[in-house]
Design a binder for this molecule. Sequence first.
Ligand code: ZN
Length: 274
Amino acid sequence: MPKLSCNISASLMAALEGRQQKTGETMDHLVMRALADTLQVDHATLFQVSTSGALIEGVIDGAVTVAELSLHGNLGLGTFADLDGEMVILDGTVYRVRSDGEVSVANQADLVPFAVVTEFRPESLSELNEVTSYDDLLVRLDAQRNTNNQFFAVRLEGTVDYLKTRAVGKSAGDRSLVAAAEQQSEFELHDVEGVFVGFWSPSYAKSVNISGWHVHFLTADRQAGGHVLACQGASLRAEAQHLSDFRIAIPETAAFLSADLTRDPSAALEKAER
Ligand SMILES: [Zn+2]
């Protein structure tokens, strides 16, 4: 571990010593915690761009670039401007699965209207064998969560006998997510290796996120993937992390600022995402 040596004011030193006496924490720990707070590192943070409700209302122009999003983590999912494909962020690379099935690495300047991302530091590792269905997978992932009131991220790597995914396509005319989902492309993959990226959100977050599970997939050869609708026969190595810090980048675009976001998006999200 590197050593830090610096000069601080007498009053800060007195406050540090006071805190140390009170809590019994070591000086090293106190200083590291304060630095981590200020520098926003070492928190299990979910960083989100915009809200699911805005997506439902057709605010799909893109609020941040892929480059900006990448600063906030290495594991994530979302979509792109004009709902032009599904996003999978894996090991720090941002991939786009388009509605024609093509997978590409996103350009740094591409715009993102909605995404979630975290700096993934798994706190548990387990084997999920003989997963029979998508519902079975979600039940087994639920068993790894120890609360319904924190966010949760998973990275599942392994083999799948059958997988059904979808990718939304570039939207023209009606720009809502529900309209895009009605025209989505669906893909069926057989006997593939790959990685699932999943996030679970508490129900209290339903107006900003998608409550419950939201899972995307990318094959090991990075040739196929999308938003997961169904699966059968999977054997997976599951890594998981609770996320206790939630940050949201509220777009400053005219479309977002003038959107009517008073409606409850739950029913529309259920229709568009399941
Ligand atoms: Zn999705």
